[in-house]
Design a protein around this ligand. Sequence first.
Ligand code: ADP
Length: 239
Amino acid sequence: MTGTTTNSIAAAAPALILFGSPGSGKGTQAKLLRESFGPHISTGDMLRTHISAGDDLGQSAETLIKAGKLVPDEVVNELVAERILEPDCKDGLILDGYPRTVKQAEVLLKMMQRDRFRPAVVHLVVDYDKIVARLSGRRQCPVCGTIYSSTSNPPKIAGKCDRDGSALETREDDKESVIRERLREYDSQTLPILDFFQKSGVSMFEINGGEDTPQRILERIRVALATVNGGASQASVRS
Ligand code: ADP
C-alpha cells in the first residue's frame, strides 16, 4: 500500500498509530515499541492524569470514562495537538487510543501534514470474548504504567509491580458491563475510521493480536512496518 500525501515529505518522522479495540494490546505494544519509535502518547493515560489531578478537564472526563463513553473530540484533539509539538516527538511517536472517531482522524491527518509526520496504522485484531476475559484480569501499576494480566503475564508477587513494588490497581472501567459499552462505542464510532484511513491512502497493517505472546506480536509488527518506505525501517534500525 502506498502512503498519504504526507509521505512525500522525505524528512517526515514516523507516527505509528496503534489501532484496535479496548484491550487489544495497544498499550503493551506501545511500551515495547517506544525505544524504536519515540514517545508513547496514550490519550487514555493523559485523561487519567487529569482525573488524578482533579482539574476541570479531569472532572468532566471522569464520568464519561467510568460509563465507557468517549470524551468529546475537541478535548482529546487539543491534548494531542499540544503533545506532538513537544521536542521528544521530533523523530517519531506512537499514538495509542487516538484517533477514536472519524472526526479525530480527520483532525489528526491535518496535524500530521502540518507537523511533518508520516502516519502508519497497525490494527491489532482480537476476538471480543477474549477481550472481556483479558480486561477483567488486567492490573496496572499506578506509578510506572506497567500492565499485568492475571493469566498471561502475572506479577512475580501477587498485587505488586515487579519494577517498583507499587500496589497494582484495577481500572474502574475494566468492569464487564463497562467493557461491553466500550466495545459498543468502538464498533460504532472507532471502526469506521479504517475506511477513512484507507480512502486517505494511509499505510495500514492488520495484525492478529489475539494469539501468541506480546513479544511475538511485536515481531510481527516490526516485520510489517519494515515494508513501509523509509521511516519505519529506520526506526527499527535504531531499536
Ligand atoms: P482502552 O483502549 O483500553 O479503552 P484507554 O486508556 O485508551 O483504554 O481509554 C480509556 C477511556 O478514555 C476510553 O474508554 C474513553 O472514555 C477515554 N478516551 C481515551 N482516548 C480517547 C479518545 N481518543 N477519544 C475519546 N475518548 C477517549
